[in-house]
Design a binder for this molecule. Structure first.
Ligand SMILES: Nc1nc2c(ncn2[C@@H]2O[C@H](COP(=O)(O)OP(=O)(O)O)[C@@H](O)[C@H]2O)c(=O)[nH]1
Ligand SMILES: [Mg+2]
Length: 232
């Protein structure tokens, strides 16, 4: 699997009002695979129209939050035949979909890995991650690594590749509704025997507005870390 399309790959894109970037993103993802699924949280702009026009399949998640969209997307993907790899990334313009190839190569070369996380920190564009989010991410990554006994540098990254096995495990157990989904995936996953790898990926400044509130969502992530350090 080096050239051409990866038709055993699905790319999931959770969206809430991402009309500024979704067209270009779907178009780029379609060069990697025909299976591009936008999980829309009832956007009130043209996200859905543009996604369909560019050839994505659109499913709707009425429940609020990125976590709910990812959980619905993973469950939906499992109904599709011949899918082995599931990638997801933000619907803004921050991640480069071609980096999914780097994640795939890592998973193919290290067969024991079930989840590959794109590490934004070494290659990020200046100003792409707010200072407060960098501090929060360092703190959360330290705590999550400690609890899950796996070294994770960028625990809040929203570019990930999952094996089918990991997707099956997650679709049965994930419950975080919002941005805390990334945290739950690592802590719960490590307890269920899922093996994680990381690769550096590029990260650019966003088009449109971020849906993440550093205080509200940061607090929720911290609560999730504490909850799952006790809960088995
Ligand atoms: N379906 C759905 N997607 C969401 C929701 N909130 C955020 N997203 C999407 O989740 C991704 C990550 O959110 P984003 O605002 O980029 O967070 P940031 O990267 O931390 O600034 C983006 O593609 C959002 O459009 C939601 O309530 N429902
Ligand atoms: Mg984003």
């Amino acid at each position: 699997m080096t050239e051409g399309k990866y038709n055993n790959l699905v790319i999931l894109i959770p969206t809430l009002n991402e009309e500024d970037s979704i067209g270009y993103l779907v178009n780029s993802c379609k060069k990697l695979t025909d299976n591009v699924i936008v999980v829309d949280g009832l956007s009130i702009d043209d996200t859905v129209v543009i996604s369909k026009k560019e050839g994505a399949e659109v499913i709707y998640c009425k429940k609020k939050g990125k976590g709910n969209a990812i959980i619905d997307g993973l469950k939906y993907v499992l109904k599709k035949p011949n899918i082995e790899y599931i990638a997801y990334l933000d619907g803004d313009s921050t991640y480069d979909p071609y980096d999914i190839k780097i994640l795939l190569d890592k998973m193919l070369n290290e067969k024991k890995l079930d989840v590959i996380i794109g590490n934004r920190l070494p290659k990020r564009e200046k100003g792409s991650i707010k200072f407060i989010n960098i501090i929060g991410n360092y703190l959360f990554s330290f705590l999550i690594s400690l609890i899950s006994r796996v070294k994770i540098s960028d625990s809040q990254s929203g570019l990930r590749l999952l094996s089918k096995k990991a997707t099956m495990i997650y679709s049965d157990c994930l419950e975080s509704s919002g941005f805390d989904i990334e945290t739950e995936m690592i802590i719960k996953g490590s307890r269920k025997g899922i093996k994680f790898g990381e690769v550096p990926v590029s990260y650019r400044c966003r088009e449109g507005n971020s849906k993440l509130n550093p205080f509200r969502d940061g607090f929720k992530i911290l609560k999730t870390i504490i909850k799952y350090s006790f809960k088995r």
